[in-house]
Design a protein around this ligand. Structure first.
Ligand code: SF4
Length: 371
């Protein structure tokens, strides 16, 4: 089993973020933990299922006090009777750099967290201010050092690229500063403009430029080149890891494995149907506290939808698709253009191919890509 727990709280909303979050100065910790534990009782756990990965994402899970995180991790591990030794389970915590203190890092490690995904985004204070992030660039290195000192060396850094031109963000400098910290893993996300975010408003008022495709492509390709030269392997369109440090949890999503989501807005998938909880924290809390399921809806995927999703997810990764899944004329065209290559009998996207992933999936299936 793979379990995702959504912790919806943030101290403020970042300028580009449209995630399902609840902005709170004070996190309702006891209520949240109680709701999740009650929801856990509603989840039907097969007696023989063990947990392979647990991912606390958000929102900002690191806003929860360490004892609340320990209670959640212990309860979740206990709920899956055949879970192997704790060391064998990948337990990831998403954290913001400003929440990483020596005490917190030590307590996270003791509670079973063995992987931390740090929302670094940039090392430039001006850029971080524009993003409405609450840390400064120097804090990232301090956080990584503190995590390592507490025994947490499986650290991933998130970085955002393709920022508007007026910021004059130095992407190469940010990459170098990230690499200097020698993280086990890096996730790189291109900025997208989502409706109803501060960024969308700035763009509509003309105070910010819309991100442009050329910058996106140039920065994405530069990152590929630099990270590959530094010994990282892009195993998915946005994710690069050192040997043995891939995210097992996210890899399970991309391989089409089933997973269970808990918390507001969390999604679950059993290999056939997808279910999702109500998105707003208050609606989730009310449902749980009045004894109702927090489930908002579900959809059963048709075999065609499952196949399309499988193709799309496989092309996102370095697994690619079987060569036979691609008509010969398409295969020749993609390889000829440098968008894909044949590796061990499979068709795998190159970085240039990953830049046009949706178009390639459309080309392959004649259907608009998902995601
Ligand atoms: S910390 Fe993450 S989830 Fe919270 S507002 Fe910022 S980007 Fe969104």
């Amino acid at each position: 089993m793979h379990v995702y727990l959504h912790v919806p709280f943030c101290v403020r909303r970042c300028s580009y973020c449209d995630f399902s979050i609840a902005v709170r100065k004070r996190v309702p910790v006891a209520e949240y933990v109680e709701c999740v534990l009650r929801e856990l009782e509603l989840v039907r756990v097969e007696p023989r299922s063990g947990l392979e990965t647990l991912y606390l994402g958000g929102g900002t899970p690191s806003l929860l006090p360490a004892d609340a995180i320990a209670t959640l991790v212990t309860s979740l591990l206990d709920a899956f009777p055949s879970t192997p030794l704790l060391d064998a389970v990948e337990v990831t915590l998403e954290a913001n750099p400003e929440d990483v203190t020596r005490e917190a890092a030590r307590a996270w490690h003791e509670s079973g967290i063995n992987r931390v995904s740090l929302g670094a985004q940039s090392f430039d204070d001006r850029v971080l201010g524009w993003m409405h992030r609450s840390h400064d660039g120097a804090r990232i290195a301090t956080a990584v050092g503190t995590l390592r000192g507490a025994g947490l060396d499986n650290v991933s850094l998130d970085l955002i690229f393709a920022l508007p031109a007026e910021l004059e963000r130095d992407w190469s400098r940010d990459l170098e500063l990230a690499l200097a910290l020698q993280p086990a893993h890096l996730s790189l996300y291109g900025l997208t403009v989502e409706p109803r975010t501060p960024l969308a408003r700035w763009i509509s008022r003309g105070t910010s430029a819309a991100p442009d495709d050329e910058r996106y492509a140039a920065e994405y390709l530069r990152a590929h080149e630099r990270l590959t030269a530094a010994g990282y392997h892009f195993y998915e369109v946005s994710n690069a890891a050192r040997e043995g440090r891939r995210s097992r949890h996210n890899s399970a999503y991309w391989s089409g494995h089933s997973y269970t989501g808990l918390g507001p807005a969390a999604h679950s998938y059993d290999g056939r149907a997808r279910r999702w909880n109500v998105a707003a924290w208050e609606a989730y809390r009310r449902a749980i506290q009045s004894g109702r399921s927090p489930l908002e809806s579900e959809e059963t995927l048709t075999p065609e939808q499952r196949e399309l999703e499988r193709l799309y997810l496989a092309l996102r990764t370095d697994e690619g698709v079987a060569r036979s899944a691609c008509p010969p004329d398409r295969l020749t065209a993609w390889v000829g253009q440098g968008w894909a290559e044949i590796r061990n009998g499979r068709l795998v996207c190159t970085p240039e191919g990953w830049l046009r992933l949706d178009a390639l999936v459309r080309d392959l299936t004649g259907v608009q890509a998902i995601g």
